[in-house]
Design a protein around this ligand. Structure first.
Ligand code: SPV
Ligand code: MG
Length: 548
């Protein structure tokens, strides 16, 4: 195949195979580490290895079958595809005996090239093979037949850099050095790119004798599973090209899984194992969540921002009487779900990531998996600004600020996210005509709501208070605000100033916004018309039930 006809995939295929071939023919010793699925392959690459041994024993064991060609070649191919997709280093596949005769092998080779596999190793035994360390018949293939298989493979590879390693099993089958050398010579002459000489002895003696007699006629590979005591430098000195650590990830995983399963079974709990196992975020990391986040920023316009949220949910809601005897009002049940869960779902549904809830009254009653909880211990004697100050370290970057007792239609949050400004307050302009509640955060703004769809005049806050003269009221703040990164910094600065001048403990969020107005940094207004509610009393709770 000429290079201009190669697909995008083929060019990458070629580079992994070329990398392997360069390692194979280099005068230095390269190490290949065993992997048996996408995860373990990624672990191998992350550890720093330059190549992977896709072990037949390990892949079989991970699939729950014996290393006797019980897994079909297409099943193995599927595993290899995951491994190749998960990594960028070359993979040498343990191809057993090639899954049949020369014809089966050449089809296998073509498929491996398509799957970006760099090289395959086939052993000179008979199908179905058995693992070299099992007692039982290790019948060798006829030399001529095996040479034909190697030739067929070399003639079929669609990537010129793909390598075929011939594995000599003469020592495993109990033949001597001469038979091993004769076979290696024949396989090399048939076109093998390298020779894997295998041994089940507990010392490296026969391997080192073979290497000395072989005299680097072709690259030599070994898998010192049984003769693991031999210092690695001996292989270097003997001119061995590749050393395969053949099954150690599978064995490590087996021991660890047994240990953790046994312990959880015995202890009927997770406390004992938690600190000994990988964290969930570790699992997300190795699966590549970070790459997806970065890609989403490139490709999804709606996800270019990372917006966090701080929800203030410290108060009991004393007007709710016994309903909040054992929980804060944000945890009141509204049609089968706590208010706060609905709020958090609205936030995450709009793309907000990282919701921090500041609790106070009955903090233990606030338990939602997708939030981070902070506690304002002094909630009984302090106000909203003090609760916000508990989450001060979260006020960096873009941030939604919300009361914990509100519900709103989703479009209101989208509207808020789209309104430019450093600090933007969602203000309901319908409230003054309907039911202005005693405790409402009423706002006076630079302009009333024009209600013209295309009106994009900038409206800013003049003042916010529970007591405004009627002619000044432009609406009610619904308890939802957006802070840009700069807005978050402004709020942090103001909280510090309030702490310094002693007003922080008792201040409300409206107090904070009024201070920003006084400083010449008034929050901006995003007008809305209804479609939200807050829960202050039993009436509010009933409205919440109807709202849904
Ligand atoms: C494998 O890893 O499947 C091998 C090497 O073939 S060994 O098990 O050591 O024979
Ligand atoms: Mg094998």
């Amino acid at each position: 195949m000429t290079s201009h006809l190669m697909s995008e995939g083929s060019r990458w295929e070629r580079s992994k195979a070329a990398h392997f071939r360069a390692q194979l023919t280099a005068p230095t010793l390269t190490f290949l580490m065993e992997a048996h699925n996408g995860l373990s392959a990624r672990v191998v690459e992350d550890a720093g290895f330059e190549g992977i041994w896709a072990s037949g024993l390990s892949i079989s064991a991970a699939l729950g079958v014996r290393d006797r060609n019980e897994a079909s070649w297409t099943q193995v191919l599927d595993v290899l595809e995951f491994m190749a997709d998960a990594t960028s280093i070359p993979i040498l596949v343990d191809g057993d005996t090639g899954y049949g005769d020369f014809n089966n092998f050449r089809r296998f080779v073509k498929k491996l090239c398509q799957r970006q596999i760099a090289a395959v190793c086939i052993e000179d035994k008979l199908f179905p093979k058995i693992n070299s360390f099992l007692n039982g018949s290790q019948s060798l293939a006829a030399i001529e037949e095996f040479c034909g298989k190697i030739k067929a493979g070399k003639d079929s590879q669609t990537n010129p850099d793909f390598s075929i390693i011939a594995r000599v099993e003469a020592l495993i089958a109990g033949y001597g050095l001469d038979e091993a050398l004769k076979r290696a010579e024949a396989y090399h002459a048939a076109g093998a790119d390298g020779i894997l000489i295998h041994s089940k002895k507990s010392t490296a003696e026969e391997i080192l004798h073979f290497a000395a007699a072989w005299k680097k006629r072709a690259p030599l590979l070994i898998a010192p599973t049984m003769y693991y005591l031999t210092p690695t430098d001996h292989y270097r000195q003997t001119g061995i090209s590749m050393c395969i650590w053949a099954n150690h990830n599978l064995r490590a995983a087996l021991a660890a899984m047994r240990d953790v399963s046994g312990r959880i079974y015995r202890e009927q709990g997770l406390v004992g194992v938690e600190e000994h196992i990988a964290s969930i975020s570790d699992v997300f990391d190795i699966a590549g969540e970070a790459e997806l986040t970065a890609a989403a920023k490139r490709y999804l316009p709606g996800q270019r921002r990372t917006v966090k949220a701080v929800v203030l949910a410290a108060s009991r809601g004393s007007q709710l009487s016994t309903l909040t005897a054992d929980r804060p009002k944000c945890m009141l049940d509204v049609r089968g779900e706590p208010l706060l869960r609905r709020l958090v779902r609205s936030l995450t549904g709009a793309g907000v990531r990282g919701v921090t809830v500041v609790a106070g009254y009955c903090p233990e009653a606030i338990s939602l998996p997708e939030i981070e909880k902070l506690i304002n211990d002094a909630y009984a004697t302090t106000g909203e600004a003090a609760s916000l100050a508990c989450a001060e370290h979260k006020l960096s970057g873009e941030c939604i600020l919300s009361y914990g007792d509100i519900l709103f239609r989703d479009y209101i949050l989208s509207e808020l996210l789209q309104t430019p400004g450093n600090i933007v307050l969602a203000v309901d302009s319908t409230a003054p005509e309907s039911d202005v509640k005693r405790s409402s955060d009423l706002v006076h703004c630079t302009l009333p709501h024009s209600r013209h769809y295309l009106d994009d005049k900038v409206v800013e806050l003049c003042s916010i208070s529970t007591a405004l003269t009627r002619n000044k009221i432009c609406g009610e703040w619904i308890g939802l605000a957006r802070l840009s990164a700069q807005g978050a910094a402004m709020v942090r600065t103001e909280l510090t100033a309030m702490r310094t001048d002693g007003t922080l403990a008792t201040a409300s969020l409206p107090d904070l916004f009024n201070r920003l107005v006084a400083r010449g940094s008034p929050p901006r207004i995003a007008y809305i018309t209804g479609h939200w509610l807050d829960v202050n009393d039993a009436f509010g709770l009933a409205r919440a039930r109807n709202f849904l």
